[in-house]
Design a protein around this ligand. Structure first.
Ligand code: SF4
Length: 403
């Protein structure tokens, strides 16, 4: 980990920012003063992004929100070294990119410091060029540091025409690096990428539930050997730790004693992996930014017992978390119903409390598929599901809650 010599303890961080005493609301009103106080002291540490020669902060700003409303947060993020910004052509109908563009127009000197990532949903190179040009315009920049194909779900999507496109855009100076994000069948996508030689970076779902499986460990090892930079997303692995069982109670109590929340502990668990360059997480307000920066600056590591308990908790609650292995369940029921996507939308609603996004995404599923969802027999999918999820019941609940 580079730059560790500038780390502050969490207590020092809170003391310097006066957050413990004045609270998050007051913090917003004293942003300028706070920023000044922490300019020199607090910088999120960095790690190398694969073998690209670029170091990135271990915490990145997830921009799946209307960033036009987050100018203060973006400004403070830069001051604390959260200079890896992630957005997408599709986020908030373009308002995420436009907001970041507005920021860069106002603070042009910050462009050099920011590792800017955006994504395209286009599946042909013509559409990718169109999306890239639009993103450059919205973001008010001449180049993108890392350009992603959005939501790749099979290694077969990494075709030679995409490789040629990426090489051309790099030569033209429009992008520096190329890669993809993935929520489904991540391990297969990552293994394929590790053999190709032209993928620079991948952002995948990765958290305390997924990181210890043999498949994910093989995939991250292979990417690390291939020099691919890895960014973790969905790092919370679902909702808050509950306190229904003895192990859950013990887990919550241990974190409290150590002075961090379970959300911060989950970030720490992911940073335990040396293969992860950065965690991308949404930080729509100063409170979350502060909490995550504090976790990144804090030198306390999770003990072996903490990590074991977290794994035990993951086992006990596995039927509440979809691990994205859609090749198993979707093919068992003829492949039309996007089970993995629906599970993710339910997670947005139930774990993140983001009902608006959950409904908006769900409504994009074609009507005839939504109708088909109702009458489908999900038993074959449930039999193959490694997480033992009640798929049929959850699909019906999604239709009721999000339809
Ligand atoms: S429902 Fe089960 S089989 Fe389907 S993607 Fe989720 S965890 Fe995998």
């Amino acid at each position: 980990m580079a730059d560790s010599n500038r780390l502050l303890s969490r207590r020092d961080f809170l003391k310097n920012t006066a957050a413990g005493a004045i609270g998050a609301t007051a913090m917003l009103t004293t942003c300028q003063a706070t920023a000044k106080a922490t300019d020199v002291a607090a910088q999120v540490p960095q790690r190398p992004f694969g073998s690209t020669g670029i170091d990135v902060p271990i915490l990145s700003f997830g921009g799946s929100l209307n960033t036009s409303l987050s100018m203060l947060v973006l400004n403070q993020a830069v001051k604390w070294g959260v200079t890896y910004w992630d957005t997408a052509n599709s986020y908030m109908g373009g308002r995420s990119e436009k907001g970041m563009g507005k920021y860069l127009e106002k603070f042009p000197a910050d462009r050099q410091r920011i590792f800017l990532v955006t994504k395209t949903h286009a599946w042909d190179t013509e559409g990718m060029s169109r999306d890239l040009n639009l993103s450059l315009e919205r973001l008010q920049t001449d180049y993108i540091d890392l350009y992603f194909m959005h939501s790749v779900s099979s290694g077969s999507e990494l075709t030679d025409d995409k490789k040629a496109w990426a090489e051309k855009k790099k030569a033209d100076g429009k992008i520096r690096l190329f890669g993809f994000s993935t929520h489904s069948n991540m391990e297969e996508c990552m293994l394929t990428a590790s053999r190709l030689g032209w993928i620079d970076g991948i952002m995948m779902s990765y958290n305390y539930r997924l990181m210890h499986t043999d498949e994910m460990q093989q995939a991250t090892d292979a990417c690390a050997r291939a020099g691919i930079g890895l960014t973790a997303m969905k790092s919370q692995g679902g909702g808050q730790v509950r306190t229904d069982t003895q192990s859950e109670l013990e887990l919550a109590g241990r974190y409290m004693k150590k002075g961090f929340t379970d959300a911060q502990a989950r970030l720490k668990a992911v940073w335990e992996s040396p293969h992860i360059a950065s965690i991308c997480t949404e930080m729509p307000n100063m409170t979350l930014l502060m909490s995550n920066v504090a976790a990144a600056l804090d030198k306390t590591t999770l003990s072996a017992r903490d990590l074991n308990l977290l794994q035990q908790y993951a086992c006990e609650t596995r039927s509440s978390y979809c691990s994205g292995c859609t090749a198993i369940c979707e093919s068992a029921i003829d492949g039309d119903v996007p089970i993995g996507d629906v599970m993710r939308y339910l997670m947005y609603a139930r774990s993140y409390g983001d009902h608006h996004r959950a409904r908006a995404q769900f409504q994009k599923i074609p009507l005839h598929i939504r109708r088909k969802m109702k009458g489908t027999d999900y038993k074959p999918a449930e039999q193959g599901c490694p997480q033992k999820m009640a798929i049929g019941q959850l699909m019906r609940q999604a239709l009721e809650e999000l339809g």
